[in-house]
Design a protein around this ligand. Sequence first.
Ligand code: ADP
Ligand code: MG
Length: 270
Amino acid sequence: MQKIVKARFLCMERKFKTMSQHLLDIENLTVAVEDKEILHGVNLQVNEGETHVLMGPNGAGKSTLGYALMGNPRYEATAGEILFQGKRINEEGADKRARDGMCLSFQNPIEISGLTLSSFIRSAVEQRRGERARLSAFRKELGQAMELLQMDRAYGDRDLNVGFSGGEKKKAEILQMLLLKPSLAILDETDSGLDVDAVRTVSLGVKEYQKDREGGLLIITHSTRILESLHVDKTHIMVDGRIVKTGGAALVEEINRNGFEQYLGQQGCA
Ligand code: ADP
Ligand code: MG
């Protein structure tokens, strides 16, 4: 009897925790770049294990949201709240946010000479885990993820993104995500400029990440190709710095058929 009561209590406690705390909770967020307001009061909540898609035409403010979430100092949160794992992070630096488990895959990944892809990922993994990653175990894990992404092992020993093709850079971003296992991964246009095969491979990597039901995912895209074979919980449409529509996976289909035209010029969330 006592056991049943205890189990029930634990269950209620868990339920309360998920009800009261989102993995990411963006409330009325206003963001300015060089004194120009780009985002005008964005609300968005992502729970553990959920995949959200943020779509919208070019210049809508999607990347701005990604940068502001990650703490890029050029993107200033002028009003509103960003809560990550229940804590307000508006004033926290990008380093701290990364250590706490947020990861943004860049639209245009940077090139760094003198730092190999493999050592870059290993040091990021060590910072995230707060302990040294044993070389043999790390190499094994890296090899498995590279195989999944159909990347030649030799890429691990090449300088980070230097001379990588667009597709290879995007694969390198997904590779980092698979090894880092962030609590929240934000993918900004990871599919743009990729051929059909590369999109399929990248999408395989994202699926692998989704298997870990605790990680949340925010996929920013203006095309729908990468979403074709992925599970999507919610879709948000952003136009002119505002979320004008939120729906389920079916909204992706609708955008696929009709584009963003009908949402242009809208003012608030429907
Ligand atoms: P999206 O990713 O949806 O295509 P962005 O977030 O890149 O849109 O851009 C939204 C708006 O913010 C655009 O008008 C863009 O010119 C402006 N913007 C974004 N970043 C900067 C910046 N660093 N400096 C000046 N304007 C910027
Ligand atoms: Mg963008």
